[in-house]
Design a protein around this ligand. Structure first.
Ligand SMILES: Cc1ncc(COP(=O)(O)O)c(C=O)c1O
Length: 378
């Protein structure tokens, strides 16, 4: 199989991930932080080692590096744990439903207001000046932005935004950039950065991360046992316990730690260079195919390893099925859980075909996609 769906999740995982998952299950399956026997201590150590590896890769404070089930979970926790009646949120037109659905729920249930920065660029990417202008129009509790669109791969200049609108807090959905764009949270100026563990970080499914700045506080979405302060029926105030109630996904977190260690060694810069070269190769090949249109792509625009396209008179779903069945090429068709982005980019409601490359994708695999498209549509 030729796997070109890294925008959805990574495959194969980073070397060492499955071994770390198996090792946790076989040798460290105690309940971390709960009790003092050796298996519990091993589990706690494995989780804290993984936390350290994640924090090191993303240059964050380990105590404020939170591990949970998904980017979706942490986005919900931050938005619902922070926003209340009358609060105004500014966001972009490129957001995933992991941002838009909690925001729309908060709008309906808690009376927040939402302002969307459309961005004049054909890629829908707002400039820092455009965000600043909208933020300046009314008091703003929070700015929430994708670091990159999961539809087009276009990168939003989130750090420049944070610099311009400080002290307004900026929360970033980095699901599409962690592990694929060099990033240092400690120098970003962001209030919070959220990402999946299973996409660019190449860890197991069921893992997600939130990094919180020192002065950025949120209420927990869920409350329960933490193994700490067990005499109290209130949540402990210290992090990460306040926001990590319940038994964690130990095997997944151990695998995520192994993935982050591998990424630190390989370097995100090298992965970015590799993916950029593959996407450029893909674009060059695709430009020769009649009727093929790249979605939300602008020459020289910063881009991740994701790219969307349509082909005139071709149904994207049927084309994806044909690529899978006839050529063994896996990519994703449709709206990619981002209807707002497709509305902005003119591909709603049918959507696009999306290519996503990863660290182990080869030039031959990208060429095989272009050849297949050419044979079918050229
Ligand atoms: C931009 C973006 N945000 C959020 C998510 C949700 O990530 P997770 O699967 O970790 O909840 C995704 C995953 O598709 C995404 O692409």
């Amino acid at each position: 199989m030729i796997y070109l769906d890294h925008g959805a999740t990574s495959f194969p995982k980073a070397p060492g991930v499955s071994a770390a998952v198996a090792q946790f299950i076989d040798e460290a399956s105690g309940n971390p932080g709960r009790g003092g026997h050796r298996l519990t201590i091993k589990a706690s150590r494995a989780i804290e080692d993984a936390r350290t590896a994640v924090a090191e890769l993303l240059d964050a404070d380990p105590e404020r590096t939170l591990l949970g089930p998904s980017a979706t979970f942490w986005l919900n926790n931050i938005l619902c744990g922070r926003l209340g009646p009358g609060d105004r949120v500014v966001t972009s037109a490129l957001e995933h439903n992991s941002v838009m659905r909690p925001l729309r729920w908060l709008e309906a249930q808690r009376g927040i207001t939402i302002s969307v920065v459309e961005g004049v660029s054909p890629a829908g990417v707002p400039t820092a000046a455009e965000v600043q202008e909208i933020v300046g129009q009314a008091p703003t509790a929070l700015v929430v932005l994708s670091h990159a669109s999961n539809v087009s791969g276009a990168v939003i200049p989130v750090e420049e935004v944070a610099l311009r609108i400080a002290p307004t807090p900026v929360v970033v959905d980095g699901a599409q950039t962690a592990g694929t764009l060099p990033f240092a949270f400690s120098r970003s100026g962001l209030a919070a950065f959220v990402c999946s563990g299973h996409k660019g970080l190449q860890g197991p499914s069921g893992t997600g991360i939130a990094l919180l700045a020192e002065d950025f506080e949120i209420q927990p979405l869920i409350r329960g046992g933490t193994g700490s302060n067990s005499e109290s029926e209130d949540m402990p105030v210290m992090l990460p316990d306040l926001l990590e109630a319940g038994t964690p996904n130990g095997p997944g977190i151990a695998g995520l730690g192994a993935a982050c260690t591998w990424l630190t060694d390989r370097t995100v810069e090298a992965i970015q260079d590799h993916e950029r070269a593959l996407i450029n190769r893909c674009i060059t090949g695709m430009r020769t195919i009649p009727g093929l249109r790249l979605t939300g792509w602008v020459e020289d625009m910063p881009q991740t390893g994701v790219l969307s396209f349509t082909i005139d008179r071709e149904d994207v779903g049927e084309l994806a099925t044909w690529l899978d069945r006839e050529r063994g090429i896996a990519l994703r068709a449709g709206l990619h859980c981002a209807p707002a982005a497709h509305r902005r980019l003119g591909t709603f409601p049918t959507g696009t075909l999306r290519v996503g490359v990863g660290p182990q994708t080869t030039e031959d695999e990208v060429d095989a996609l272009v050849t297949a498209l050419d044979e079918r549509c050229g």
